[in-house]
Design a protein around this ligand. Structure first.
Ligand code: PRP
Ligand code: MN
Ligand code: MG
Length: 180
């Protein structure tokens, strides 16, 4: 698996440092609230568990499964709701946890859904932000790293469902996905 990686962008230590930094900010900002934390399956699972353990605040955790890449390197342009959250968010402070914001389609879809359901506040914490990929306006409030415009995998991010369990984020060798 490691042989398929061109270079490591963010090491395990870099990610741990980012989780600590974001956790501190979230702890301060949500001190007097009990947010519903919504982790976006499947990519955000690894980041969610790490950053939440650095957030010293009462929280409730929920999951939403939306998909638009279908395992490939490009957004299909259509966001599908695969599995919905399990609780009512009306009047609640909601914190969305993502692994990456690229075109912004996924995030916009989820934010619109939560606003329609009358969430009191909706904020976004993402490990990676790729502004060069943006098609729709979607802004994260808490960002671990701003990434260059390359296809990255690891620490939750996949190609064809694989590489999610790499402990770091790296650039996939183009030969793995070019002409496939
Ligand atoms: C990926 C990633 C984000 C989204 C970001 O999910 O985990 O959720 O795409 O891309 P966007 O800003 O262009 O919408 P994906 O659809 O691949 O599903 P997955 O998390 O199950 O891999
Ligand atoms: Mn995802
Ligand atoms: Mg994916």
């Amino acid at each position: 698996m490691n042989d398929d990686i061109e270079r490591v962008l963010y090491s395990q230590a870099d990610i741990a440092e980012a989780c600590g930094r974001l956790g501190k900010q979230l702890t301060a900002d949500y001190q007097d609230k009990v947010p519903v934390v919504i982790s976006v399956l499947s990519g955000a699972v690894f980041f969610t568990t790490d950053v939440l353990r650095q957030m010293e605040v009462y929280t409730q955790i929920d999951f939403i499964d939306v998909s638009s890449y279908n395992g490939g390197t490009h957004s299909s342009g259509e966001v599908r709701l695969v599995t919905d959250i399990s609780q009512d968010v009306s009047g609640r402070d909601v914190l969305i946890i993502e692994d990456i914001v690229d075109t912004g389609r996924t995030l916009k879809f989820i934010i619109d859904l939560l606003k329609d359901r009358h969430a009191k506040s909706v904020k976004v914490c993402t490990l990676l932000d790729k502004p060069a990929g943006r098609v729709l306006e979607a802004k994260a409030d808490y960002v671990g790293f701003v990434v260059p415009d390359e296809f990255v995998v690891g620490y939750g991010l996949d190609y064809k469902g694989e590489y999610r369990n790499l402990p770091y984020v790296g650039v996939l060798k183009p030969k793995i996905y070019v002409n496939k």
